[in-house]
Every structure is written in C-alpha cells, then in structure tokens.
Design a protein around this ligand. Structure first.
Ligand SMILES: Cc1ncc(COP(=O)(O)O)c(C=O)c1O
Length: 388
C-alpha cells in the first residue's frame, strides 16, 4: 500500500543544517542492543510481557531503575515513589492532570523547555514566567511572585523547572538556589516538577544533586526519560513522587483500565538495564555527544571570536548570545538562506525575553556538519552586521 504518512517526526529541509531539532543522531540509537534485549525479554518473561502490566510499572524495571537512580543522584528513590510513564512529556501531563485545575497559575523558569508550556496550558493553567538571571531561577523573587499571586486569590499548584543541563541553556542551577527553591516551595505550598531528562548526559563533572534528592520527596515531583539516553521512540520514562501521589496516578481511569503504561517496552528496558548493555551504551553516547559539543564549541570560538561561548557540561544544547543589537528574529531568515537554522530564544520564554539568544542543538548532526553549520551561522551574522 502506498502511504504518504511519514514514519518519523523530523522533517528534512534539503540544503539546511538545522540545529533546531533536539533529536538524537541516528548513530546513537541502539538498534542491535534493543533487538537483543527484546528477544531476551520475550524469552525470560514469555506471556507476562504481552499481557496487561502492573499499574505503576513492571517490578523488574522498577527494581533496576531505583537502583540505577542511586548511582546517578545523591539520594535513594524507593519503588513506592516511582511510576513508569510514556516519557517525560507524559509524566508532566499526568502530574498536571492530577494537580492543576483550570484557572490555576503554573510558574515556569525563564527560559524553559518550550514544549512543556502547551502541556501545562492544556490543563487550563495560566503560565507565568519566574524571575531569573544568568544563574537561573531566583528563589526569593519567585517566592514574592507566588505570594503576590496567592494574595490575589490565585491557586499556584506547580512550578516547572529543568534545573540540570537545562533545555535551552545547558546550565545547572547552583546548589544554594536548589536548596532555597525547595525550601521556598515547601513554605508556599507549591509542588516543584523537576524535569531531570538530561541528568545522565553528563560530559565533565558529575551532575548536581537533584531537587528531588535535596527535598527527600515532597514538595518535589521528579520526571525522567529514556528518550535521550536510549531512544525517544520507546516512549518510556518515569516520575518520582511521594507514595500517595503515585497511588493517585495509578488509580487514573486509563491506567486502571489498561494496566501499566507501555508494559512490553518497560520490560525490555529492564532487560537492557540488568544485562549491563545500558551502561555500555550510555558510555558510548556520552562520548559521542561530548565530541559533538566540542566540535561545535571549537568551531564557534574560531568563527565568532567576539562572542563568549559557554560550553555546556551536559545535555544537548548550546545557548548562544548574539552580538549586541542583533535580534534572533532578524538573523533566522538570513541564516536559513545561508543553509543553517536554529531556534530563536524567544520560544523559551513565556513573556518577554530571549531575542538576544539562539538555541543550538548539537545532538542531531555529526561533528563535520556542526563545524559547517557554525561557519554558515557566522557568515549570516556577518551579513546582518555589515553596514547597509
Ligand atoms: C526538558 C525536556 N523535557 C522533556 C522532553 C521530552 O521528553 P520525552 O520524549 O520523554 O517525552 C524533552 C525533549 O526534548 C526535553 O528537552
């Protein structure tokens, strides 16, 4: 049968090196390892792989994951605090469904992961950007913002943040702000949704302690994903929350009706993890993406010597400041005519901000394409800056 329906989300634009896509490079996707894990999981679990799964996720994945999280973070996470989801996006949607009522205010970091915004507003929330500076969200000013909203009679159930190897900035929230934020949320009665999607893509030092481990549970819900470490097509992630929150999610109608989310894939992931193949794979992709980052950073440093390039120590993104007076919206069409594209900084702000930055994803293109993209970008910036 002929079908024009595409297979994948990525849309190729011939001639354009597109640094807008936060997708993995095909070479990082573990096709052979996943195939072997699927076979082994079917052999080991048999019919249990193909029936309805346990609501909060199959035991083998919960056991492996909670052990594994102990190696990637400061504190212990218990099985009773874990729910397996269809990715981080689904985890955020579940938490919002549980905690957000139409008309509530949800506070988000400035800038923040842009695609979280429609998930949150889809539950009827008004979204407000938190005060932030170069180091990230400002806990004291955010406490004032929340107090003002609450004094006006607004409910503020959630604060959403990506504090570790952030999308879009690649930065880590400093430890003192992590502690202040957790303390502030507890005082204000706000649940922090910590999007910890990039924790394991760490290229230099170890990742900072999560808000989840600093708080030891409430008021934090942490969401995680196998999309960046293994493959986005798995649609597999998790959330960590206090046991009563996990119980409430496990009782949501479609979980009760359909059993655990994405059960067969969850069991395959448990097999990949327990076999040691996950650790080997993760080492490989860390090295691969660190190489991508280094190629892009070095090329930008040479091509744009007047711009200070901040090299991220994890994640997939470089947050590039533009020369003074150059607006990302003016640069984009000229860059695309030069064969390179990116995301404008404004996409990541709820209200004003971001005109003076662009986000460059270094995950999807290999080192030689990244170097060429940096040259094209520098040429486009020069065109914008040339006297008319
Ligand atoms: C910060 C952040 N959260 C969540 C996601 C989506 O994760 P998932 O594919 O697990 O839904 C992304 C993907 O780009 C992301 O950058």
């Amino acid at each position: 049968v002929d079908s024009d329906a595409p297979i994948v989300q990525f849309v190729d634009r011939p001639g354009i090196l597109d640094l807008g896509w936060g997708h993995p490079i095909a070479a990082a996707l573990p096709v052979a390892e996943w195939s072997a894990a699927t076979e082994a999981a079917l052999r080991d679990f048999g019919w249990q792989m193909l029936t309805y799964g346990h609501a909060s996720g199959p035991g083998p994945l919960l056991d492996w994951l909670t052990e594994h999280l102990l190696q990637t973070d400061a504190g212990r996470t218990r099985v009773a605090e874990t729910f397996v989801t269809g990715g981080a996006s689904h985890a955020l949607d579940l938490v919002a469904a549980l905690l957000v009522h139409p008309g509530d205010v949800v506070v988000v970091d400035s800038p923040t992961y842009h695609l979280a915004l429609p998930i949150l507003s889809g539950h009827g929330a008004e979204i407000v950007g938190a005060p932030a500076d170069h180091c990230g969200i400002d806990p004291a000013a955010t406490a004032d913002l929340i107090a003002t909203l609450q004094a006006r009679g607004r409910r503020v159930p959630l604060l959403y943040i990506v504090p570790t190897f952030a999308n879009p900035t690649g930065r880590n929230l400093p430890d003192d702000r992590r502690e202040a934020l957790v303390e502030m949320a507890g005082r204000s009665g706000v649940t922090i949704v910590e999007d910890d999607t990039y924790r394991e893509l760490v290229y230099a030092e170890t990742a900072p302690a999560s808000l989840w481990s600093i708080a030891g549970g409430r008021p934090v819900v942490r969401i995680g994903s196998f999309a960046k470490t293994v493959a986005p097509g798995l649609r597999l992630g998790w959330l960590n929350a206090a046991p009563d929150v996990i119980d409430a999610i496990a009782q949501i109608g479609y979980v009760d009706s359909g059993g655990g989310v994405n059960h067969s894939v969850a069991l395959t992931m448990a097999t990949l993890g327990a076999s040691g193949a996950y650790d080997v794979h993760l080492d490989r992709v860390r090295q691969l993406y660190a190489g991508h980052r280094d190629a892009l950073v070095a090329a930008l440093q040479v091509a744009l010597p007047e711009i200070e390039i901040e090299s991220p120590s994890g994640g997939w993104f470089l947050w590039l400041p533009l020369p003074a007076d150059l607006d990302a919206g003016r640069l984009l069409p000229i860059a695309e005519r030069s064969g390179v594209s990116f995301m404008e900084g404004t996409a990541f702000y709820k209200s004003a901000g971001g005109e003076d930055h662009i986000r460059l994803a270094f995950s999807h293109l290999g080192p030689s394409d990244l170097v060429e993209a940096a040259h094209r970008l520098a040429a486009a910036i020069q065109v914008c800056e040339a006297p008319e």
